[in-house]
Design a protein around this ligand. Structure first.
Ligand code: HEC
Length: 167
C-alpha cells in the first residue's frame, strides 16, 4: 500500500473507532436522565380509599383466577357464581365520598367491567359454552388493560384527579 493510501486507511479506521466509542456511550442525554416517570393520570385518594380501590382490583383478579380454573372443567355454574360476585349487582365496597373523587371516564370503564361480569354470568348459565366464556373474558381483559394504561393511584389529601401529571 502506498503511504498516501495508508494514511487514508488510518484516517477511516480512526473515524470508525471514534464513531464506535460515541455509539457505545449512547446519546449523551439518556445516560444522565432519570428513568421515565409514570405519566398516567393520577387518582389522588386517601390511604384507606386507595386500599379499597386496590382491594377491589385484587378481587377482580381472584375471580378471574376462579373462572379460568373452572373453564377447563367446564364448570359453568361455578363460573356464573364467581362472575356474579363482581357484577353490577354486587355490593359496592367503595363509599360514595370516594366514588365522587373518581373521574367520569374511570367510572365508565369500571362500570364496563362490572357489566362484562354480568354478561359472563348470564351466558355461562344460558349457553354453557366454555369457548364463548373464554372469549368474553379476553374481551373484558381489554377493559382492564385500557384503564390501567390511563390511571395510577396516588395517596394525598387534595382531590386532583383531573391533573394529568402530579410530580
Ligand atoms: C376503571 C379503571 C380500572 C379498571 C376497569 C380495572 N382496573 Fe385494576 N387498577 C386500576 C388502577 C388505577 C390501579 C392502580 C394502578 C397504579 O397505581 O399503578 C389498578 C390496580 C390493579 C391491580 C393491583 C392491585 C394491588 O394490590 O396493587 C390489579 C391486580 C388489578 N388492578 C386488576 C384488575 C383486573 C383483573 C381488572 C379487570 C377485570 C381491572 N384491574 C380493571 C384501575 C382499573
Amino acid at each position: 500500500m502506498k503511504p498516501r493510501h495508508q494514511k487514508f486507511v488510518a484516517t477511516v479506521i480512526g473515524a470508525l473507532c471514534m464513531a464506535g466509542v460515541a455509539l457505545a456511550a449512547g446519546p449523551a442525554k439518556t445516560t444522565k436522565s432519570k428513568p421515565a416517570a409514570d405519566q398516567r393520570a393520577s387518582l389522588v385518594l386517601l390511604d384507606h380509599e386507595r386500599h379499597l380501590v386496590l382491594q377491589e382490583m385484587r378481587n377482580f383478579l381472584a375471580v378471574l383466577q376462579t373462572i379460568t380454573d373452572a373453564l377447563p372443567r367446564e364448570d359453568m355454574k361455578e363460573i356464573a357464581r364467581a362472575a356474579r360476585t363482581m357484577g353490577s349487582g354486587a355490593a359496592n365496597e367503595i363509599p360514595p365520598v370516594t366514588v365522587a373523587k373518581l373521574p367520569e371516564e374511570f367510572k365508565m370503564l369500571a362500570g364496563g367491567v362490572h357489566t362484562s361480569f354480568d354478561l359472563i354470568a348470564l351466558d355461562a348459565e344460558s349457553l354453557g359454552d366454555p369457548k364463548h366464556t373464554l372469549s368474553q373474558v379476553a374481551e373484558m381483559l381489554q377493559k382492564c388493560n385500557a384503564c390501567h394504561g390511563i390511571y395510577q393511584v396516588k395517596v394525598g389529601t387534595e382531590a386532583r384527579t383531573k391533573s394529568k401529571k402530579l410530580n
